[in-house]
Design a protein around this ligand. Structure first.
Ligand SMILES: *[C@@H]1O[C@H](CO)[C@@H](O)[C@H](O)[C@H]1NC(C)=O
Ligand SMILES: *[C@@H]1O[C@H](CO)[C@@H](O)[C@H](O)[C@H]1NC(C)=O
Ligand SMILES: *[C@@H]1O[C@H](CO)[C@@H](O)[C@H](O)[C@H]1NC(C)=O
Ligand SMILES: *[C@@H]1O[C@H](CO)[C@@H](O)[C@H](O)[C@H]1NC(C)=O
Ligand SMILES: *[C@@H]1O[C@H](CO)[C@@H](O)[C@H](O)[C@H]1NC(C)=O
Ligand SMILES: *[C@@H]1O[C@H](CO)[C@@H](O)[C@H](O)[C@H]1NC(C)=O
Ligand SMILES: *[C@@H]1O[C@H](CO)[C@@H](O)[C@H](O)[C@H]1NC(C)=O
Length: 507
């Protein structure tokens, strides 16, 4: 009896020892909120920036930052609208742009161009949900100030491209990435005639996903055609980029990814056995150990010596299908999402298109009017038509132009979110290391020394992933980030851009 009583007392003491009062919980929540707010981007330079454009045509594009629908603060001056891709009198093709001058802390000497991918997806996604001055994220009630806006670094230009994307006008006719680059450069020439004060700025070409094709080909076109565009190209950013074949970026690394995140996927043991057998049969198992060495031993073989993926070897798709059974809200762009599926004023991307009831934000008449967009276009984030009418005939950028672009750039960054499943970071490691990414310079292939774990350190946050820097290329892996790194890890993205632009010395 006595023993029982003392046991009971012991149990009570333990519970009391662990007990946190509601007031203490509230205090911790307050501390967390304060930390989040204090954890803002560091200013990079001083001085109020006040761009005015002497060409009277510029004024027709002016957007009053107090009149953007649903945005209840002043975004400041910006310029938006359509401009043609050439000066030809009969030119029917126009791209939609939205230009933001630098914010108070931004540099006046630089210009960042951002494009989303697809192909055929609108760069207004980047503006509204990734790196623009105001953000309207999934599941949230209204737009808010983006503390990590890239306008805190410099001026920022979003372009919906190629023709066929978003509000753009005209009929797509490009057959490959060189055609795409030529049209984009044609647009930039027209843009710089109207906004001529931007001529000569240091220029950065940045983008994500399928922009892993766009960005290197655009940069290569600019480097190889000097004098065509009056901007001083310094470097590129590509995040979660399509730089190689799907078998490399999706299939080979898929099972390693599931093993790493097995607590997130929660697959049953018999399905795990099926996955392992598929991986073994299809030549994916031990690929990293056998072939991805630092330095590389030579060019890597593709499984079965082919870029084609047999249905029975489409392990990525098997995983996706099974993940949806267990987690109906499974998001290939960020694997941690669970039910319910959050609404999205852009309607995409996620595993599920159109979770927003209409209208989409950029399809609202008041929004179109505020930003000089054509009111007769039904805006969707990713085009319903093929912007390459007969497909994209270009080879993956890692096999073609990327080495030259790295060679010619002051700095180049490849960035990858570690929680992205649609494209997998380990696949990018393969692409960099093995697929004849002959980083010119000294004719070497890939990185010569290994990527160190826990080497990407962000001020005020600590270890945020891994990085490696060699011969002009810096590769970053960002912890917990999904496909859209500026959205899911904005402070990391800001840090990386500071490095790319030379605003910090070390990566
Ligand atoms: C970044 O820009 C936003 C929007 O202009 C601004 O509210 C914020 O204070 C800026 N942050 C820093 C650290 O410069
Ligand atoms: C910006 O420039 C315009 C025109 O040059 C001028 O009227 C205005 O006062 C300037 N604003 C600031 C904040 O310097
Ligand atoms: C414009 O006219 C030129 C010369 O006649 C022709 O080559 C070109 O294809 C036309 N462009 C468009 C977009 O119709
Ligand atoms: C792939 O090609 C190489 C070189 O031609 C050959 O040695 C190897 O056996 C082939 N591998 C497969 C799986 O077909
Ligand atoms: C195990 O997972 C697979 C794939 O999702 C599924 O088809 C199968 O029914 C599951 N088995 C059990 C016993 O739940
Ligand atoms: C690798 O790329 C270089 C440069 O483009 C090329 O000369 C070489 O033939 C390629 N090697 C192979 C094995 O494809
Ligand atoms: C980095 O971490 C991974 C996963 O924990 C481990 O497998 C790998 O050996 C580590 N690499 C290095 C270079 O330490």
């Amino acid at each position: 009896m006595l023993q029982l009583l003392s046991l009971l007392l012991l149990a009570l003491t333990c519970v009391q020892g662990r007990e946190i009062t509601p007031a203490q919980v509230k205090a911790r929540q307050r501390m967390a909120a304060e930390k989040l707010l204090a954890n803002r981007a560091a200013p990079t330079s001083n001085g109020i920036k006040n761009i005015t454009f002497s060409n009277p045509k510029a004024s027709q594009f002016f957007v009053d930052g107090t009149t953007i629908p649903e945005v209840d603060f002043d975004v400041g001056p910006s310029w938006a609208g359509l401009l043609p891709i050439s000066s030809a009198k009969n030119e029917t093709r126009e791209l939609f742009f939205w230009f933001f001058p630098p914010g108070p802390q931004g540099s006046s000497d630089d210009l960042i161009f951002w494009t989303n991918g697809g192909p055929g997806c609108s760069s207004l996604e980047g503006l509204l949900q990734e790196n623009g001055p105001f953000s309207w994220s999934t599941g949230t009630g209204k737009p808010i100030v983006n503390d990590f806006s890239w306008t805190n670094l410099s001026s920022l230009l979003y372009i919906e491209q190629p023709v066929g994307t978003g509000f753009s006008q005209g009929t797509p006719n490009i057959k490959d990435e060189n055609d795409l680059a030529a049209q984009l450069v044609g647009f930039l020439q027209q843009f710089l005639e109207v906004f001529s004060e931007l001529k000569g700025k240091n220029f950065y070409v940045t983008g994500e996903s399928y922009a892993g094709m766009y960005v290197p080909y655009i940069a290569n076109f600019i480097y190889e055609n000097p004098g065509m565009v009056d901007l001083n190209l310094q470097g590129i950013w590509i995040s979660d980029p399509s730089i190689s074949f799907d078998v490399v970026l999706e299939e080979i690394p898929a099972l390693n990814f599931v093993n790493k995140y097995q607590n997130v996927f929660s697959f049953n043991s018999s399905f795990m056995k099926t996955l392992q057998a598929t991986s073994d049969n299809c030549g994916y198992t031990n690929y990293m150990q056998n072939f991805v060495t630092y330095p590389p031993k030579g060019l890597l073989p593709l499984p079965g010596n082919t870029t084609r993926i047999k249905n029975s070897c489409d392990i990525w798709d098997m995983i996706f299908e099974a993940a949806l059974l267990i987690n109906p809200a499974f998001n290939i762009y960020r694997i941690f999402d669970t039910f319910p599926v959050l609404w999205d004023v852009l309607g995409f991307p996620g595993s599920f298109p159109d979770t927003q009831v209409s209208p989409l934000y950029f399809d609202r008449m008041d929004v179109k009017q505020a930003i000089h967009a054509p009111t007769n276009v039904d805006w969707v984030e990713c085009s319903n038509i093929n912007v390459f009418p007969h497909g994209d005939a270009s080879m993956p950028s890692a096999l073609t132009v990327l080495p030259n672009v790295i060679e010619k750039s002051k700095r180049a960054v490849i960035v990858h979110g570690l929680a992205d499943f649609i494209l997998i970071a380990e696949g990018t490691r393969i692409a960099i290391q093995k697929l004849n990414l002959t980083l010119i310079g000294n004719g070497l292939q890939g990185f010569q020394t290994p990527i160190q774990n826990e080497s990407f350190i962000v001020d005020g946050m600590g270890v945020m992933g891994n990085l490696h820097s060699e011969r002009g290329l810096t590769y970053y892996e960002v912890a917990l980030s999904g496909h859209m790194v500026p959205q899911f890890s904005p402070k990391s993205a800001f840090h990386i851009m500071q490095y790319l632009m030379g605003f910090r010395d070390t990566p």
